[in-house]
Design a protein around this ligand. Structure first.
Ligand code: FAQ
Length: 287
């Protein structure tokens, strides 16, 4: 395997794994505040799924000759990135629905092609992840549908959340193709199968129909069908804001990393106990 291919994959898979782990925080914030026991149980399961996705992805990265502890260290010291989207706050319960609908929706559009990428362990991890993401997307859609058909205050809360998450969700697909440093190489190697702009367009086309079913609007006055292109025209997200958030200056960057560092330190005894238990069992088992 050529080294640049291996390193390119480690970069992308590690960022992806970190995103799943940091991505537990915005929704985790609502587990104790979910409006019913049923909603709480569903959200708890979703957040646990995200931990599982992180685990599959770290395991896929390890097949390329890196250790999980080294990758975690790179996240905690800010040398590796995670998705910009998880640096935005979840202000209301409607944000949980909107993350499911838009953020998981964008994740699915981006990740379904990865199920057929050129590196088997990553592709195979993505198959299971996409199935679970699809459940996540539907639970978000259902939360928003309930709110959008509830009281005027609930409806306003749902619309406000969609207004705040729309552009950050569009930015998840990365910089425009003209500014994407890795796309060309990643597409040649068939790690990426579609460009950032192609997937962003696919996501917009999909969301317009779904917003109609929800009875909510998307906050873009220039969103309209273009029969010549056979796609919706739309306003691009603010890519300067994306770069600012990626470089550590988003609304919640510091809080997210601080929380992760603390959780990692506080969980050290669990890792030590698990390692000691595994060593004891290995010593007891006949060779
Ligand atoms: N945020 O040259 P490109 C989820 C970086 S879904 C942060 O275009 P590339 C599920 C990029 O890394 C979210 N950084 O890069 C969930 C590169 O930086 P570098 C995770 C970004 O790799 C839902 C630089 O900018 N999904 O977690 C972003 O060809 C709900 C130049 O960009 C994945 O990771 C961004 N938005 O394309 C969990 C999918 N965009 O490394 C919980 C796999 C760009 O040079 C709750 N990854 N950058 O320092 C990919 O498909 C690609 O890596 C892209 C970026 C499309 C994200």
């Amino acid at each position: 395997m050529p080294d640049p291919y291996r390193l390119g994959l480690i970069r992308q898979i590690a960022q992806h794994a970190h995103s799943e782990i940091i991505g537990m925080q915005p929704e985790g914030n609502w587990i104790s505040r979910a409006p019913s026991l049923k909603r709480k149980a569903i959200l708890l399961a979703k957040v646990q799924d995200e931990a599982g996705h992180g685990l599959y992805l770290y395991a896929a990265a390890e097949t390329l000759g890196v250790s999980r502890s080294d990758l975690v260290d790179q996240l905690l010291t800010g040398r590796q990135k995670y998705s910009s989207i998880f640096n935005y706050p979840t202000l209301t319960w409607a944000d949980v629905g909107t993350i499911g609908w838009l953020v998981d929706g964008a994740a699915i559009v981006n990740q379904v092609p990865l199920c057929r990428c050129s590196y088997g362990p990553y592709a195979r991890a993505m198959i299971r992840i996409c199935k679970e993401e699809s459940f996540h997307q539907r639970q978000g859609f259902e939360i928003l549908h309930t709110l959008a058909h509830g009281t005027p205050a609930q409806r306003a809360m749902a619309q406000d959340a969609v207004n705040r998450w729309w552009y950050p969700s569009l930015a998840m697909f990365g910089p425009p193709d003209t500014a994407s440093t890795h796309s060309e190489q990643s597409m040649t190697w068939k790690i990426k199968r579609f460009s950032n702009d192609e997937l962003r367009q696919r996501f917009v086309d999909m969301c317009v129909q779904q917003a109609t079913v929800l009875g909510l609007s998307l906050p873009d006055p220039d969103l309209r069908w273009n029969a010549e292109r056979d796609h919706y025209d739309f306003t691009q997200p603010d890519f300067h804001e994306l770069m600012r958030v990626i470089s550590g200056d988003g609304p919640c960057n510091r809080q997210r990393l601080e929380h992760r560092r603390r959780a990692h330190e506080e969980g050290a005894w669990v890792r030590e106990a698990a390692a000691a238990y595994a060593a004891k069992r290995a010593a007891r088992e006949p060779a």
